[in-house]
Design a protein around this ligand. Structure first.
Ligand SMILES: N[C@@H](CCC(=O)N[C@@H](CS)C(=O)NCC(=O)O)C(=O)O
Length: 218
């Protein structure tokens, strides 16, 4: 990773920042800094944190380049795409047109479309105050994952060991975390998902990224 001096990740256990932490461990082992943001205590609303991410969420990637300049990257989808492009072990090159198109499609499906379905379930089943929750909307999102997303993922994982084929990519960090998240809602629990997640859980980088899972406070 030439040109980069240091990477810091703002993180909270089992959250979307675990996607980025997993990929960072795959790429750099322990060679990055993890900064825990106590979301339950509201640390994401401090002026220092809001200056980095006005959307008050993790992950935030704080990159120091070798020339001493810094850059902050927010949005897990952008972070995973950017990190993947730093290391050709984790992303198909832009000249591999078909593989690259498939990979970008899976990243967007996971980081945008499916992510929002999971988020809507979380919002309407546990985050919003009870009077603001909409049970039918939560169920609508559950049905979309069950009937539309899961079959697409099942087809991919039945044909190959990884979400984009025979090689692990950054898209596995994103979809793997989504499948884990969906599992907490009783979704994506068929055998094909268990086999895939079993394979992911054997990866030392996965184990490092999720070692703090028991510290998740809701
Ligand atoms: N679209 C953003 C969502 C980030 C996000 O909502 N993160 C949650 C944890 S999964 C968070 O930090 N929430 C605290 C808050 O919104 O105050 C991304 O994918 O990075």
């Amino acid at each position: 990773m030439s040109g980069i001096k240091n990477i810091s990740l703002y993180h909270y256990p089992l959250s979307r920042s675990a996607r980025a932490k997993w990929l960072l461990h795959e790429m750099r082992g322990e060679d990055f800094t993890t900064i825990r943001v106590a979301l339950r205590k509201g640390e994401q609303f401090t002026p220092e944190f809001l200056a980095k991410n006005p959307n008050h969420g993790v992950p935030v990637l704080d990159v120091t380049y070798e020339d001493g300049t810094q850059q902050v990257i927010t949005e897990s989808l952008a972070i995973l795409t950017w990190l993947g492009d730093l290391d050709d072990r984790f992303a198909p090159s832009s000249t591999a047109l078909r593989a690259r198109a498939d990979y970008l499609q899976v990243l967007a499906l996971g980081g945008s479309w499916m992510d929002q379905m999971l988020w809507n379930i979380r919002l309407h089943e546990s985050i919003l105050p009870k009077p603001a929750r909409n049970e039918a909307f939560a169920q609508f999102n559950r049905d979309k994952i069950k009937n539309e997303i899961a079959p697409q993922l099942t087809r991919r994982l039945s044909e190959h060991d990884y979400i984009c084929g025979d090689k692990f990519t950054a898209a596995d960090c994103l979809m793997g975390q989504n499948i884990n998240w969906a599992g907490a809602y009783g979704l994506c629990r068929d055998e094909v998902f268990k086999t895939y997640m079993g394979r992911m859980k054997q990866r030392p980088a996965f184990q490092l990224a999720f070692a703090d899972a028991s510290e998740f406070e809701g």
